[in-house]
Each structure stands twice: as C-alpha cells, then as structure tokens.
Design a protein around this ligand. Structure first.
Ligand SMILES: [Zn+2]
Length: 152
C-alpha cells in the first residue's frame, strides 16, 4: 500500500516536472518567435530606408546639376539665340552712338523680326520684338545706358 502511493507520487512529480519543462520550452519558443517577428519588422524598415535613399539620390544629383547650370530660362539653343540677339542689339546701339543712321538689317535670330527702335528723351532704345521667346518680358539696350536689359 505504502509503496504504491510512493510510486504514484514519483510518477506525479515526474509528470509535473515534465510539464513544467514543457511550458518553459514553449515559453522560450514563443519568445524566439517574437524576436523573429521583430527582426522581420526591422528588416522591413531597413528595406524601406534603402528604397527611400535610392529614390532620393538621383534627385540630389539632379539638384546639383540644376545648380551647376546657368540660371537662364529655356534650352541651351534658346540661350545661344538670346546671346546672338543681345549681340545684335549691341551692334545697333554702337551704330546709333556713332550717329550712323544706317542700321543694317539686323533681326532677332529667333524669328527674324526687325528690332523695335524707339526714340526716347535722351537717346534711343533698341528692343527685341519677341523678348518672350527668349524667356523675358523685355530685352533691350538703350544708347544712354549701354547695358543689356533683360527684364524677366
Ligand atoms: Zn530676340
């Protein structure tokens, strides 16, 4: 009788011990799984950062390029034509300053329209007839102030 009880006790203890170990093991596994979940989130965030950086880098380079370019409106070809137009204005003003009435047939290189010559109080003003094609509202030089006026 006594022996039987003892044996039962031992068996119960063993079962209790086993289940205790089992729950501990399960807990450990759950914690591992939790850690794995965190790792997944961590990698997702890391991946997102990489994607954002990958999108930003070309934009940063584009910004740097933009800053390197001269601050002029329009394409490079338009800029070249604008320079040619300003050159024409210079030549006309020089002729006017030398009191030459022969102005030649200078015309805006963009659409070959003749320049607008206006007599002002104390001199002449030569203006491109299509300044807006150059990206300006006015593009002129006056004999009084022989500096190209590029009014945006
Ligand atoms: Zn012009």
């Amino acid at each position: 009788m006594m022996d039987e009880n003892k044996e039962l006790d031992i068996a119960e203890k063993a079962i209790a011990e086993f289940s205790k170990e089992e729950t501990a093991r399960q807990k450990q596994q759950q914690e591992k799984k939790k850690k794995k979940d965190y790792r997944v989130i961590y990698f997702l965030i890391l991946g997102l950062c990489v994607v954002i950086i990958a999108f930003q880098v070309p934009r940063i380079f584009a910004l740097q390029k933009e800053n390197a370019k001269p601050h002029r409106l329009g394409t490079t070809e338009t800029d070249r034509q604008t320079d040619a137009c300003i050159d024409n204005l210079w030549k006309i003003v020089q002729r006017l300053q030398l009191d030459q009435k022969e102005l030649g047939d200078y015309a805006c290189p963009l659409n070959h329209k003749p320049y607008i010559l206006t007599l002002e109080n104390d001199g002449y003003s030569v203006e491109c007839p299509n300044a807006e094609l150059h990206g300006f509202s006015h593009l002129r030089i006056t004999t009084n102030k022989p500096i190209p006026e590029l009014i945006p």
